[in-house]
Design a protein around this ligand. Structure first.
Ligand code: ZN
Ligand code: ZN
Length: 236
């Protein structure tokens, strides 16, 4: 049985952990290292690995500090190049659709749609548990079987998009972040029979409505939905 814990989830910073048995992996490191250490109860050195989806600061701010602390970091070549960390012995370059193992975890990275160099999402497998994690992306073109946990960006909806934001910003959000309708479409296209929890991540401060998103996804799927707070500790 695995547990997914959002620690920080917004365009200000992202940090999540997945624990299975005695092993914990970290997803993203988009906060100052002191905040990350605090969130992890100063147990950074016991983290099995850190997986990073892309190079934007809200996902990768502490990448250099994390590898300096002795944690193995997994990311695409594009992400490593953008962060200037390629070549470090703690940095492992991974590719979309090439599965790899970290301890007793199996991870399948997949390509996503975002305005960064070679961004990825992750299917994370531990025994019978299959957790899908996708942060910043306009949509997900892949389909997945046998999922037990789904953790997806749900940044905005057309209805909750603030009216006064400039058009260019609005278009950037829609081209590179996942909105409620896309989340619902993705969920409808996948087999959800084994899914025990859906986590909605990275809600926009200006363009989202936590209650509306939770209710809509819960009504569409009949599965418990949890909304990750900007800064939160919630374990499921
Ligand atoms: Zn982001
Ligand atoms: Zn981003």
């Amino acid at each position: 049985m695995i547990t997914f814990t959002p620690h920080f989830s917004s365009s200000a910073g992202n940090l999540y952990t997945v624990t299975g048995g005695t092993s914990t992996i970290m997803l993203e490191c988009g906060a100052r290292i002191t905040k990350i250490r605090q969130a992890l109860n100063h147990k950074l050195s016991s983290i099995e690995a850190c997986l990073v989806t892309h190079s934007h600061g809200d996902h990768a701010r502490a990448a250099e500090d994390v590898i300096a602390a002795g944690v193995d970091l997994y990311c695409s070549a594009g992400t490593a190049a953008a962060l200037c960390i390629n070549g470090h012995h703690r940095v492992h370059i991974i590719r979309a659709l090439e599965q790899f193992r970290v301890g007793h975890w199996t991870v399948l990275p997949f390509d996503v749609e975002h305005d960064a160099e070679e961004p990825l999402g992750f299917l994370i497998i531990n025994g019978a548990d299959r957790l899908l994690f996708a942060a910043d992306t306009a949509y997900i073109r892949h389909r997945f079987a046998g999922l037990t946990h789904i953790c997806l960006e749900c940044n905005y909806s057309k209805r909750t998009m603030a009216e006064d934001i400039p058009l260019a910003h609005k278009l950037r959000v829609m081209r590179s972040h996942m909105g409620l309708d896309t989340v619902l479409g993705f969920l409808a296209a996948n087999d959800l029979r084994g899914v025990r929890a859906i986590h909605l991540l990275h809600l926009s401060d200006d363009n989202s409505d936590e209650t509306l998103f939770k209710n809509r996804v819960q009504a569409a799927t009949g599965i418990p939905v949890y909304v990750a707070k900007r800064e939160s500790i919630c374990t499921r």
